[in-house]
Design a protein around this ligand. Sequence first.
Ligand SMILES: Nc1ncnc2c1ncn2[C@@H]1O[C@H](COP(=O)(O)OP(=O)(O)OP(=O)(O)O)[C@@H](O)[C@H]1O
Ligand SMILES: [Mg+2]
Length: 316
Amino acid sequence: MSAAIITSGLSRSFDGCVAVDSLDLEVQAGEVLALLGPNGAGKTTTVRLLNGVLTPDSGGATVLGMDPNVDGDEVRRRTGVLTEAAGLDDRLTARENLEFTARMRGFTVAEARLRVDTQLDRFGMQSMAEYRTVGFSTGQKKRLALARSLLHDPEILFLDEPTSGLDPAATRDVTDLIGSLAREHGRTVLLATHFLGEAGRIADRMAVLDHGRLLAIGRPEDLAAELWDGTPAEIDLGEPATDATMSIVGQVEGVAGLEAGATGLTVALHDREAMARVLAALAAAGTSVYGASIRRASMEDVYFALEDSSLQRVAP
Ligand SMILES: Nc1ncnc2c1ncn2[C@@H]1O[C@H](COP(=O)(O)OP(=O)(O)OP(=O)(O)O)[C@@H](O)[C@H]1O
Ligand SMILES: [Mg+2]
């Protein structure tokens, strides 16, 4: 895989307040990278720097091998962006908004019409096409703006909170669409979002920003392995584990730690294969086991663990 986006020491402040702080990031071609972080973490500023809308104070970025502050037009020709505010012209209808953008992008009238129809179909918006967007709900505007960002088949999509304001079904549809753009059409997606569950479904890797700094980047499972010593597994005994059971499990090879719970115990396994040894040891001791499962850390688990560890570092 080659890198579609690279940032190196990318930094930007506003009135002495650091918004993006020495950011080193690589987004591989064809991947969905979830850009996560609390309000004010620097996600939108990062996207704006990558679009060439803002200039960095120091460091820099390349997008498809180009510097967005030098080759901004070309970068914008080959990339699409959905900004936090939909930015539609409310005097125009949905169709006119899209056709205007398509014409601005240099498509002929006929080609623009074709592309607009394709996107209106894709987003289920044909029935609203002739209405002025002034009366559209937040979610309808968002969907239209997303349709607009895809008009020119961009190689890279910068999506800043594409599902905020969408209802659950629309959130799922838009998330699935973003996932399929990457998987089936090879698009690269930088997805700034607060929706960890949705991001977890489609993103290959996650990058977590806090106060403009990159806390971590990687696949959730790899970050989880770094954060926690071992893979957590739940063992259901139907009752709290006795001291004797805890002692038996604690001696099994590959068990990094264990904790009693109301209906059994949680074990940290150095490797997943240790689960079979734990179950064998329990069976040999005549202990009834009603269920056993390895808990896969979600993007949400990893995000909150990173946030917690960051807070501890900042705390006095
Ligand atoms: N144009 C601006 N002028 C002044 N300060 C700005 C500007 N843009 C961003 N900032 C500041 O930079 C920091 C990062 O903001 P940014 O919008 O990048 O955060 P974000 O991660 O996108 O947050 P959110 O999740 O709320 O969208 C914030 O402290 C913000 O106040
Ligand atoms: Mg933002």
